[in-house]
Design a protein around this ligand. Sequence first.
Ligand SMILES: O=C1C[C@@](O)(C(=O)O)C[C@@H](O)[C@@H]1O
Length: 220
Amino acid sequence: MKPRLIISVSSEQDYINAKKYAPDLIEIRIDLLGEGEDNILEECRGNCDIPLIGTIRSLGEGGLFDGSADEWYERIEPWIPVCDYIDLEMPYSGFSRGIRDCGKKVIPSVHLDYMPDDDELTSLERSMRNSGDIPKIIVTPEDHGDVIRLSEFTLKCAKPVITGVMGAEFRWARALCCLFGSYGVFCHAGNPASQGQYHIDEMREILSLLDVSDNTGIPE
Ligand SMILES: O=C1C[C@@](O)(C(=O)O)C[C@@H](O)[C@@H]1O
């Protein structure tokens, strides 16, 4: 399977717009939704033929959620029936079993404002894989050497895995992570959820021009 193109959405309008671009998945950034959350939830309940990721990004990892673990679960619970995947930051990993018992896949995630060394990357991936299905490790490179290390880690680690970068300086590394086997890449459809995201049409073109083969480790 080729890398998945994922559109992150943070409003009902984003969600309606995203579907026009035929992404492989849509990520609902629940922490960023305003008062329209109920509307978008109803819309998703109705019919969404595109698999959904439910994400509540905490303040400490670049999002807006600033509550307890129980408050996190209270917020995500209504979304579990309509999502296919749930993003789970490490402090909430205790909810993983219950979410998986609902037949959903878990994306354990970590967002680091630095570039870990190789041992830390390997240790993170192994521990995250114990609590979910597709570990997601997003880092902040300091130089090109860090991007090369992230690429090599992506190529060599167990699959599936999602790797990526935060910030604008090395945003091009998002495509490299796909080249070396990341399960997917987060894009936007006009309203970026994070700095450095490419529009889905841009990323689709980049990956097409790079003729990215299937390194995700997931059969078609
Ligand atoms: O983990 C990620 C990656 C991301 O932060 C990005 O930089 O594209 C966007 C988030 O919505 C998503 O959950």
